[in-house]
Design a protein around this ligand. Structure first.
Ligand code: SAM
Length: 185
């Protein structure tokens, strides 16, 4: 199969995954991540989003079930559904979630799994994100998409939805961007 341009670029620029270009696209557009920020990267393996955050001179806590080999981050090996995770977390200026389920090919199950991961990311975000902090969250477009956006609007002053150029056309994923967390939620 022909390798696409983002896979080739990721390889030549030393990134662990092509997904880095999705976050770069989002951040170039919305300027969510600033130097010195504390970042929580949920579903971070193999680590390209964390790599980009390090380039932006931020402090990164990265959570995944799979170990990430990347110097300069604080890696937390944990299931996001485990409440033990909170013992290992701090307060953050930005929460990123590229959490993705292991798809089984049955649309209803895959959509539901993606929704549950995104809702969990939002639940974690409510607890650990500072006032006015920002959020980026992958979700599959499905019947669960509108309920998720509705929940996100309760937490953030502004909510945007974007499908970055590097996101494959055949993929149902989109990214929900939460800008400026409200105080009272
Ligand atoms: C699309 S990948 C993330 C790619 C990453 N953003 C990058 O740029 O390298 C999604 C990740 O979510 C992780 N994941 C899925 N379910 C999880 C869970 N319950 N707890 C922690 N991580 C999970 C998977 O292990 C996988 O590594």
């Amino acid at each position: 199969m022909k390798r696409d341009k983002f896979t080739s670029r990721a390889r030549s620029e030393g990134y662990k995954a092509r997904s880095v270009f999705k976050l770069k696209n989002i951040n170039n557009r919305f300027r969510l991540i600033k130097e010195g920020n504390r970042i929580l990267d949920l579903g971070a393996w193999p680590g390209s989003w964390s790599q980009y955050c390090l380039e932006l001179k931020t402090n990164v806590d990265a959570v995944d079930l799979v170990k990430i080999k990347l110097e300069g981050i604080n890696f937390i090996k944990e299931d996001v559904f485990s409440d033990k995770l909170f013992e290992k977390l701090d307060k953050y200026d930005v929460v990123l979630s590229d959490l993705a389920p292991k798809t089984v090919g049955i649309r209803k199950i895959d959509n539901e799994d993606s929704f549950e991961l995104s809702m969990r990311a939002l639940e974690i975000t409510k607890k650990v994100l500072v006032k006015n902090g920002n959020f980026v969250c992958k979700i599959f477009q499905s019947e669960f998409f509108d309920p998720f956006v509705k929940e996100a609007k309760k937490v953030f002053r502004t909510v945007k939805v974007i499908k970055p150029e590097a996101s494959r056309k055949r993929s149902k994923e989109v990214y929900v961007i939460g800008i400026a967390k409200r105080i009272n939620i």
